[in-house]
Write a protein that binds this ligand. Structure first.
Ligand code: IPM
Ligand code: MG
Length: 369
């Protein structure tokens, strides 16, 4: 892997610290046994950062993130911080990282592990073998558009405003990521918007089509309205290969897709920036599940989404596909062996804690290596 890669771990709030502890163990194992070279440091983000420093995204964390090759992120938020001002909410830390590092392409795979097909709320035959990649635009759209805010009108009533806005360049760069991924998969992309009611959706559709016709004629492109996409995801999810969509629709559709797989606790994600001249992309890797404050600190959380996020880091930031597969295979074996954290518990399986799940993955890694 060449010189040591700088990795910043931001455990955050809720179950973040306990799942990231298991990632740390897998990284240590990789350094000891697989010759991986990381310079690992930890930082504060989210509610814990607010409690400690007064900001959910302290300057020291911003600087450390900018100086690192990849960020491994746990989760942020919790009821304790729900009533804070928008600018101080734990979520600002996450949004600040995405925006500050210009991580515009959010990859959210929805893969149904064979051993877990029965845990989905959908019929097994609809989801078993499911393998969808959702590419969500992450630094634009209504999350960041101006104008935004809440204003008081002359009559004393109030008006809340957010703006959905996309430029050609923003659409093309995220669509290119989707097409390139599709090329290595099923060569099929569904582009999702609401071109029937939104001008930004019309532009989205036109630009994605143009890019396809210019550079990706080997890819089959379909356009779909977001409401229909939500329905199709639960009706016939296996029709999808890669989905590319806006920030807000991607937020919603990726939660739907997550549920298809049997557990939110299983899903990793990668957020990638533009490649530098050497082809290196900065990335942030995080489980799709949130901070789950109700089970925080109880050793109940599922660490697999974080471990799978670490595998994505190995693959997408450091070009270590074989090492990523090792982690994925170890997890598959642990699941096949019947171990389950509470969130994916099924009849007849062995219910285990966060730490025991981590132990089991390390054990499988030892066997596979
Ligand atoms: C997600 C989350 C975030 C989002 C929140 C925590 C700001 O729901 O990553 O999907 O809306 O993007
Ligand atoms: Mg979300």
């Amino acid at each position: 892997m060449g010189a040591n890669r700088k990795v910043l771990i931001l455990p955050g709030d809720g179950i973040g610290p306990e799942v990231m502890r298991q990632v740390r163990r897998a990284m240590d194992w990789g350094m000891r046994k697989r010759g991986l070279g990381f310079d690992v440091s930890e930082g504060l983000v989210g509610g814990i950062a607010y409690d400690t420093t007064g900001s959910p995204f302290p300057e020291a964390t911003q600087e450390a993130a900018l100086a690192s090759d990849a960020v491994l992120f746990g989760a942020v938020g919790g009821p304790k911080w729900d009533n804070l001002d928008f600018a101080l909410k734990p979520e600002r830390g996450l949004l600040g990282l995405r925006k500050g590092l210009e991580l515009f392409a959010n990859l959210r795979p929805a893969i149904c592990f064979p051993a877990l097909a029965g845990a989905s709320t959908l019929k097994t035959e609809l989801v078993s073998g499911l393998d969808i990649m959702i590419v969500r635009e992450l630094t634009g759209g209504i999350y960041f558009g101006e104008p935004r805010g809440i204003e008081t009108l002359p009559d004393g009533s109030r008006r809340g405003v957010n703006t959905e806005v996309y430029t050609t360049a923003e659409i093309r760069r995220v669509a290119a990521v989707a097409f390139e991924l599709a090329r290595k998969r099923g060569k099929r992309v569904h582009s999702v918007e609401k071109a029937n009611v939104m001008e930004s959706g019309v532009l989205w559709r036109e630009e994605v089509q143009k890019l396809r016709d210019e550079r990706f004629t080997d890819i089959e492109l379909h356009h779909m309205y977001a409401d229909n996409a939500a329905m199709q995801l639960v009706r016939q999810p296996k029709q999808f290969d890669v989905i590319v969509t806006t920030n807000l629709f991607g937020d919603i559709l990726s939660d739907v897709a997550a549920m298809l797989t049997g557990s939110l606790g299983m899903l990793p994600s990668a957020s990638l920036g533009a490649p530098d001249p050497s082809g290196f992309r900065r990335g942030l890797y995080e489980p799709v599940h949130g901070s789950a404050p109700d089970i925080a600190g109880k050793d109940l959380a599922n660490p697999l989404a974080s471990l799978l996020s670490y595998a994505m880091m190995l693959r997408y930031s450091f070009d270590q596909g074989a090492e990523a597969e090792l982690i994925e295979k170890a997890i598959e074996r642990v699941l096949a062996g019947g171990m389950r954290t509470a969130d994916i518990m099924q009849p007849g399986m062995a219910r285990v804690s966060t730490r025991v799940m981590g132990d089991a993955v390390l054990r499988e890694l030892e066997k596979l290596a």
